[in-house]
Write a protein that binds this ligand. Structure first.
Ligand SMILES: NC(=O)c1ccc[n+]([C@@H]2O[C@H](COP(=O)([O-])OP(=O)(O)OC[C@H]3O[C@@H](n4cnc5c(N)ncnc54)[C@H](O)[C@@H]3O)[C@@H](O)[C@H]2O)c1
Length: 315
């Protein structure tokens, strides 16, 4: 019997009963705090054979407190909070759950495109204020959609858009043109995509600035931008300016710079309320994604505890 420490808040909180599954494999699941506070975790780490780790830090000190630990199974994709070098030096494999929330986020990106093109959130707010005036929108099938970052989520968006009949461009410097075409999009440089697309949707990793004033100066009049990726990909002040001057018709995002301190974002200014739609970073929050992340994390943990190699190792 092994002890599986689960510190992700939503582990086994979807439709799948993953705790029972772990128990029928002969293990016991114990819960720990999602923030990974070492003082609180220390007694739990002492007996843990596997760790289904949430987004809190996994440091060399955590690992030193876990003499039995055989695997760190990240619940999610990102491993930036895990000290990979420390894990490697202790011979503990780290795994993640690639693609577990790709459908959830791709759905949401298409939802935000429709919200931006049809003024759905703005329409709801106006009706509640007694304003039933109709504003004309545009159809997604008539739009050229530029997908920036053609990985799991970007390709999921392309799959969905093929049903709408949109022309689809994709820019991804790390993907060969043939692979882009095979996934249903026309390869384009970032510059060409920004000049051509009516809808620009961001699906590249954060840590880089892809949308700034210079690039916004090249977009088609009436273009809209959707961001379900990361807030640091865009210059929010430049977006606010482009929205006010009319260069950009709408911005719809699942994240704002600082997220919880978003009230400070220039994009939440009252005069932009009819052109900006924001959701509270809920893109990956579906029952299916919670099930996928939990199942994949548990499968990784069980595989290692059985003495097999991890299924989704992080290298
Ligand atoms: N809203 C949410 O809750 C949520 C959930 C999961 C992921 N995300 C974010 O969505 C984004 C995409 O995630 P994914 O799982 O599809 O990742 P992925 O790694 O499968 O795909 C990212 C793609 O972006 C490409 N890329 C890197 N730099 C680029 C650039 N400068 N221009 C164009 N393409 C570039 C990469 O080659 C890769 O193909 C990430 O930013 C991720 O953090 C958001």
């Amino acid at each position: 019997m092994g002890v599986i420490l689960a510190t992700s808040r939503s582990f086994s909180d979807g439709d799948l009963d993953l705790v029972s599954r772990a128990e029928s494999a002969g293990h016991v699941v114990v819960r720990g705090p999602a923030h990974h506070d070492l003082a609180e975790l220390r007694p739990l780490l002492r007996d843990a054979d596997a760790w289904i780790a949430g987004t809190g830090p996994v440091t060399a000190e955590h690992l030193a407190a876990a003499p039995r630990l055989a695997v760190i199974a990240r619940y999610g994709v990102g491993t930036e909070a895990v000290d990979l070098a420390a894990a490697r030096s202790r011979g503990i494999p780290v795994t993640n759950t690639p693609g577990a929330n790709a459908d959830a986020v791709a759905d949401h990106a298409v939802g935000l495109m429709l919200a931006a093109l049809r003024g759905i959130a703005d329409g709801d707010r106006r009706v509640r204020a007694g304003d039933w005036a109709v504003r004309r929108g545009r159809e997604l099938g008539a739009a050229t959609v530029g997908i920036v970052g053609f990985g799991r989520i970007g390709q999921g968006v392309a799959k969905r858009l093929s049903g709408f009949g949109s022309r689809i461009l994709a820019s991804d410097p790390f993907l060969p043109d043939d692979a882009v075409r095979a996934a249903g999009a026309e390869p384009a440089t970032l510059d060409a995509l920004f000049r051509t697309a009516d809808v620009i949707t961001l699906h590249a990793p954060g840590g880089q600035r892809l949308v700034d004033a210079e690039r916004l100066a090249t977009i088609r009049p009436g273009a809209v931008i959707v961001n379900t990726a990361r807030p640091d990909l865009v210059d929010e002040a430049a977006l606010a300016t482009a929205l006010r001057t009319g260069g950009l018709a709408a911005y719809a995002a699942d994240t704002l710079d600082g997220d919880t301190a978003a009230s400070a974002s220039p994009l939440l200014a009252a005069d932009l309320g009819d052109r900006v739609t924001v959701t509270p970073h809920l893109g990956a929050q579906t029952t299916q994604a919670v099930d996928n992340m939990g199942r994949m994390a548990l499968d990784n943990a069980l595989a290692v505890l059985r003495g097999e190699g991890p299924i989704h190792p992080v290298r």
